[in-house]
Design a protein around this ligand. Structure first.
Ligand code: ATP
Ligand code: ATP
Ligand code: MG
Ligand code: MG
Ligand code: MG
Ligand code: MG
Length: 257
């Protein structure tokens, strides 16, 4: 086909190919979720319904894009890991990020009524996204450890903060009580003042969510007599386990292969 005189504008599109041979991590994060939580009356510090919705959306993204190796989520964010060898959309950053973000967001809206029945969506949920390349396996491990350590620190702080606020302190007073305190002090405060044993809080709150593919038997069709035909498929499974230590990785050597 002959080029039109307008076609030169195509040259202004810049190459955004992600470095070959590196792990690709796409992290998405909810826009203005502090307000979004407030507007929709999320339970503080952790609304399990909203966390389950995030997890369901991440599993849907992994089903849509089989190239994704694993995902890790906490709060209003999720990280998706693509293997070093991936050729998804020619490793073009804007293609990969925009498709993951829109797949996640569309699922968030579509699945909202199932997870928060009786709470109408009052504003438009939006997520930002970025892609980062990591050359070494140790970088990827450290990235995921960084996010899981963040989950713990935030959850411990938020659990204390909201316990203080719910007991009658103003947010400013609660903040002042916690300023500069160590982990041990916060655990002690929760136990002494509020009878909360931090260790007994749900793993989903303390550890966040890991999505991996696990083999499961799935009905693919029915025989004439109505009996199911089962096949083994690798389906996204949501775990709330430690990924900082070596155990998780030793049990799943294929993840870093
Ligand atoms: P930005 O647009 O810069 O990301 P933000 O308001 O979303 O702004 P974040 O740092 O992403 O800021 O923080 C998200 C906020 O949403 C935190 O305060 C977190 O506690 C809250 N939040 C997210 N998910 C839940 C949930 N399931 N239950 C209760 N609070 C939640
Ligand atoms: P890719 O993922 O590469 O974009 P694609 O199938 O979306 O693949 P496009 O080049 O974007 O390819 O083409 C979109 C197709 O959708 C075209 O065939 C176009 O005619 C069709 N299409 C889009 N909107 C409409 C519409 N409103 N009514 C009928 N056809 C439509
Ligand atoms: Mg942010
Ligand atoms: Mg956010
Ligand atoms: Mg966030
Ligand atoms: Mg198209």
């Amino acid at each position: 086909m002959a080029n039109s005189k307008y076609e030169y504008v195509k040259q202004y599109e810049l190459d955004d190919t992600l470095l070959p041979g590196c792990w690709i991590v796409v992290r998405i994060d909810g826009k203005g979720f502090t307000k979004f939580c407030d507007v929709h009356g999320f339970e503080k510090p952790n609304d399990k319904r909203a966390l389950d919705l995030m997890d369901a959306c991440a599993a849907a993204v992994m089903t849509e894009f089989p190239e994704i190796r694993l995902a890790y989520g906490e709060s209003d964010e999720y990280s998706f890991v693509l293997p070093r060898s991936t050729d998804m959309y020619g490793r073009r950053a804007s293609k990969i990020v925009s498709l993951i973000v829109s797949c996640f967001t569309a699922n968030y809206v579509a699945r909202w009524p199932e997870h928060l029945p009786g709470t109408p969506l009052a504003s438009t949920p939006m997520f930002d996204g970025r892609a980062v390349c990591y050359p070494l396996d140790s970088h990827l491990r450290d990235y995921l450890s960084w996010r899981q350590a963040d989950t713990h620190v935030n959850n411990q702080y938020n659990t204390c903060f909201w316990a203080l606020v719910k007991s009658g302190k103003t947010p400013t007073e609660a903040q002042a009580t916690l300023k500069g305190t160590l982990s041990g002090f916060k655990n002690e405060l929760l136990f002494r003042e509020f009878g909360i044993n931090y260790a007994h809080l749900p793993e989903q709150f303390k550890k966040g969510s890991v999505v991996v593919r696990q083999k499961a038997m799935v009905e693919v069709k029915q025989r004439e007599d109505g009996s199911p035909v089962l096949r083994e498929r690798a389906l996204p499974a949501i775990l709330h386990c430690d990924i900082i230590g070596d155990g998780f990785w030793q049990e799943r050597p294929h993840l870093l292969a």
